[in-house]
Design a protein around this ligand. Sequence first.
Ligand code: ZN
Length: 68
Amino acid sequence: MEERVGDHARIGPTTRLECKVCWHVYDPSAGDPVWQIPPGTPFTQLPAHWTCPNCSTTKDGFLVLHDD
Ligand SMILES: [Zn+2]
């Protein structure tokens, strides 16, 4: 089941997102050791209760990072 976030259509399996509060970056290739999220987990597959491991901002507070 997928979670709807603001830029959902632009979030791919390797898309990184940045917390708009503390600039923490969620990188799918690294996962999230704080939440015991295994590497390779897309942002859209994070549990619904996942929040920023740094400042507890919800997924809605994350912005898509562009590589270009
Ligand atoms: Zn944060």
